[in-house]
Design a protein around this ligand. Structure first.
Ligand code: FES
Ligand code: FES
Length: 160
C-alpha cells in the first residue's frame, strides 16, 4: 500500500492505495465520487474525465498513486453554494443532455477548455471535446452549450 496526499474538489485527502488501483476506482469506490463514470476503461471514451492540475485526464488511465500532490476536480466539485457552474447551467439550458452518461466528462472538458481559452473558435471547441464521446446528443448541442457557457462566465466575471 502507498500513502498519497492530494486535494479533491478543494479538500485535502490522505489515503492508502494499492499500487494497482486506478484513480477512477479511488474516486468512485473509495471517495464515493460516483459522478465520474466508467465507459470503455481503455482511455477511448472520456466518460471518466477529471481535471488534474488544470489538465483533463482519463482517470481510467491514471494510477491512484500518480495523484500524489495533485489537485483534482471532479464533477461534484463544480457547484458552489447551491449554484451550478456556468458550464453545467449552459448544458442544461441548451438541452445538451440525453442519457447523461457522458456529461460529467463532457462538462469537465468544456470547463478545462474555457479555463485555458476564454473565447474558443468552433474548431477549438471541436478539438477540446474530441476526447469525449457522446452516443446520443450530438456535437452541435455540446458546441452550443460551450458558447453559452462562455457568455455565462463573462456575465459572472462582471459581478465578481
Ligand atoms: S472509461 Fe476512461 S476513457 Fe473510457
Ligand atoms: S448524453 Fe448520452 S452519451 Fe452523451
Amino acid at each position: 500500500m502507498i500513502n498519497i496526499n492530494f486535494k479533491v474538489n478543494g479538500e485535502d485527502r490522505s489515503v492508502e492505495v494499492d499500487e494497482n488501483l486506478r484513480l477512477l476506482d479511488l474516486l468512485r469506490d473509495e471517495l464515493k465520487l460516483t459522478g465520474t463514470k466508467e465507459g470503455c476503461g481503455e482511455g477511448e471514451c472520456g466518460a471518466c474525465t477529471v481535471i488534474m492540475d488544470g489538465e483533463t485526464v482519463n482517470s481510467c488511465m491514471v494510477m491512484a498513486f500518480q495523484a500524489e500532490g495533485s489537485e483534482i476536480v471532479t464533477i461534484e466539485g463544480l457547484e458552489k453554494d447551491g449554484q451550478l457552474d456556468p458550464v453545467q447551467q449552459a448544458y442544461l439550458d441548451v438541452g445538451a443532455v440525453q442519457c447523461g452518461f457522458c456529461i460529467p466528462g463532457m462538462v469537465l472538458s468544456t470547463k478545462a477548455l474555457l479555463d485555458k481559452n476564454e473565447d474558443p473558435t468552433e474548431e477549438e471547441i471541436k478539438e477540446g471535446l474530441s476526447g469525449n464521446l457522446c452516443r446520443c446528443t450530438g456535437y452541435s448541442k455540446m458546441s452550443k452549450a460551450t458558447q453559452i457557457a462562455k457568455e455565462y462566465r463573462e456575465e459572472e466575471a462582471k459581478w465578481n
